[in-house]
Design a protein around this ligand. Structure first.
Ligand code: EPS
Length: 410
């Protein structure tokens, strides 16, 4: 239902995004997008470019009179660094950096200078994604869906953030507290004891002229059950989230809930047992809500949302541009050469978490509009009210034997 494209080079005049499929009638102004744009620019380990940029979004299509019209939404972000590059004579770039798109870009597109790849492969593009994600977040907020993120590891330092279990309301509060705590420090880690060591690890990396990666977690709260589907590979919410977060520059691994940890446990300790809990003591069994005490499935079973928090983790490799030279080949001479340094970031994990929120917001908005249909917000609200809750009386089964057959066969 939703789709978006971005265009723009890292040091060109601007970035542009077009988002299509937003329902009409959503109140939206550029200032609704600014907080996410600012959040993406913060984070310890930046290489200096963020001192130059002041990412501000201009909405130039799809919103009239302060509301979306249902037409494609066009978003523009100026690159302030452009004036420093405009008309500049630049040295040829012919030594590909291992880990960057330089070499594969030259092979694929036949470029005679690696900068032509670098300019588009750069994570500067994520500013446009965050603008798109902020629009999606704004839509989701109309339905009570909240998305947040935080850093769980930098290098080999892991935060102490156990996977929450227990009552739905306390799990929700745990995540809300983590989102808030993450905004308070530059590594975006809610575990206070881990903040200083993580900052030190980034500082040591900068001192060593190197780069460092890490892991972030994105959580979506208030997601109704039934988004996505198990009937086709490309309709699975899990696959869509894995692909969307995995598409972020330098992200090389994504998991749903504690997926890799789950592989080390027997099934009996992994799966989230189901119980029917009466809303109160006097309530009939049929009024019971179907609940889980754990959420090791990360909010999805069979590629469909369960109604529990959606939990997605991303692994970001260390940025490929290191001050320490790496072995490569000069494509102009064919001789061995070491890489030249280009200004870059030392650690982008805290900022990648905000970008991942944007990608998760896009997928959640996409699957929500798919579920609710509706060309306008009014239609979506009406259908949202009618969504089937996970309650026993809504799921009454016949409980009678039946014959498994296909009736057009002999
Ligand atoms: C990037 C290199 C750096 C980063 C950039 C991504 O840019 P520059 O070469 O201009 O210093 O700062 O990220 C951003 C500009 C941004 O807005 O996040 C790269 O090579 O990927």
């Amino acid at each position: 239902m939703l789709r978006f494209l971005t265009a723009g080079e890292s040091h060109g005049p601007s970035l542009t995004a077009i988002l299509e499929g937003m329902p009409a009638g959503l109140p939206l102004t550029a200032s609704d997008l600014q907080s996410d744009m600012r959040r993406r620019q913060k984070g310890y380990g930046s290489g200096g470019r963020m001192e130059i940029e002041k990412d501000a979004v201009r909405i130039t299509a799809g919103v009239m009179g302060g509301k979306t019209t249902g037409s494609p939404i066009a978003l523009h972000i100026e690159n302030r660094d452009w004036i420093n590059w405009r008309g500049k004579e630049i040295a040829p770039m012919t030594i590909p950096r291992p880990g960057h798109a330089d070499l594969v870009g030259a092979i694929k597109y036949g470029h005679r200078d690696l900068r032509l790849t670098l300019e588009r492969a750069s994570a500067r593009e994520t500013a446009a994604r965050v603008a798109v994600g902020a629009v999606c977040r704004h839509l989701l907020s109309q339905f009570g869906i909240v998305i947040g993120s935080y850093v769980v590891a930098i290098g080999d330092l892991s935060a102490d953030l156990p996977y929450p279990s227990g009552k739905e309301s306390s799990v929700r509060q745990t995540y809300l507290d983590r989102f808030e705590a993450a905004e308070d420090n530059e590594v975006r880690c809610p575990d206070k004891r881990a903040v200083r060591p993580m900052q030190q690890a980034v500082a040591d990396t900068m001192q060593a002229k190197d780069t460092i990666g890490g892991i972030f977690e994105v959580v979506a709260l208030g997601v109704p059950p039934g988004l996505g589907s198990y009937v086709h590979w490309d309709r699975r919410l899990s696959a869509r989230l894995l692909g969307a977060v995995g598409s972020i520059q330098a992200v090389k691994g994504v998991e749903i809930g504690p997926a890799f940890e789950n592989t080390r446990l027997p099934g009996s300790q992994v799966h989230d047992e189901i119980s029917a809990e009466p809303a109160d003591q006097d309530a009939k069994a049929s009024a019971a809500a179907l609940t889980r005490r754990t959420n090791r499935c990360g909010g999805m079973e069979g590629g469909v949302s369960t109604g529990q928090p959606i939990v997605v983790r991303g692994a970001m490799k260390p940025i490929a541009t290191t001050l320490v030279p790496l072995q490569s080949v000069d494509l102009a001479t064919g001789r061995p050469a070491t890489t030249h340094y280009e200004r870059s970031d030392y650690c982008a994990v805290p900022r990648a978490a905000v970008v991942a929120e944007a990608m998760v917001a896009f997928v959640m908005a996409d699957t929500l509009t798919e579920k609710l249909g509706g060309d306008s917000l009014v239609e979506m609200h009406a259908r949202f009210e009618a969504l089937r809750p996970g309650e026993l009386d809504e799921l009454q089964m016949d409980g009678v034997p039946w014959q498994f057959d296909y009736y057009d066969q002999e």
